[in-house]
Design a protein around this ligand. Structure first.
Ligand SMILES: O=C(O)COP(=O)(O)O
Ligand SMILES: [Mg+2]
Length: 234
């Protein structure tokens, strides 16, 4: 991994942080695997593996369903009726198991507590539907750290577009240059770069099947507990 760009992370002084959910705070692959395979079984389609799912996560659930259907149907796109049926069954199964196969990553609670102790305001910004994200954060006891939670349909466009980050900065009342983005994928980093936010990525999440260290970011951490040290005392 490259050495961190401490100048971008420490000056100007940060006022807020925006934290991604899947692959950054919660390891949701197990939930995706169970809900998607229940959906596929009902549609009489072949199962999909966890590893393949990991390359498809990050651009929201609609994109995930379309990618999964295309893969198991040998690259044929789903028509509207199949997609609608798949979507309805997926939402049903995901809501039924949300959080049950999805542990919090080590260091998340310490990391969030340290950011709050520095006086930073926090928002969670995910491409996940809000109907999944809100109960998941609550079930994991993470909701209390955040002043705002925005899901994938909150704004006109999702990450990697900068719009959701700019809108979240507005809600937090902090300028993009003073708002740290913390994520796990090129999605988060591209959105942050375009919005003008400094960005740190975790090394352990889902980066569309590519090594995360190749992504343009200001720093990388193996645990959110390392963030406090990276941001320094100044
Ligand atoms: O559900 C997804 O596509 C991933 O959401 P994320 O933005 O929290 O990584
Ligand atoms: Mg993510």
């Amino acid at each position: 991994m490259h050495s961190p760009n401490l100048a971008a992370l420490r000056r100007p002084r940060l006022e807020a942080a925006i934290v991604d959910l899947d692959g950054t705070m919660v390891d949701t692959l197990g939930d995706f695997e169970v809900a998607l395979n229940r959906m596929l079984r009902e549609l009489a389609l072949p199962a999909i593996t966890r590893d393949v799912i990991g390359t498809m996560v990050g651009k929201g659930s609609e994109h995930l369903i379309r990618s999964v259907l295309r893969r198991v149907r040998e690259e044929r796109d789903a028509d509207g009726a199949l997609f609608d049926q798949a979507w309805q069954r997926y939402v049903h199964h995901y809501l039924a198991i949300n959080g049950q196969h999805a542990p919090i990553y080590a260091g998340v609670v310490e990391g969030l507590a340290a950011l709050r102790a520095r006086g930073l305001r926090l928002a969670c910004l995910t491409n996940k539907p809000i109907a999944f994200a809100r109960p998941l954060l609550a079930a994991k006891g993470l909701d209390g750290y955040f002043e705002h939670l925005f899901g994938g349909e909150a704004f006109e466009r999702k990450k990697p577009d900068p719009l959701p980050l700019l809108k979240t900065c507005e809600a937090l009342g902090s300028a993009p240059a003073r708002t740290l983005m913390v994520g796990d994928s090129s999605n988060d980093a591209q959105a942050a770069r375009a919005a003008g936010c400094p960005v740190v990525l975790v090394s352990y999440g889902y980066n569309h099947g590519h090594p995360v260290c190749e992504v343009d970011a200001d720093g990388f951490v193996d645990s959110l507990a390392e963030l406090d040290g990276l941001l320094g005392s100044g």
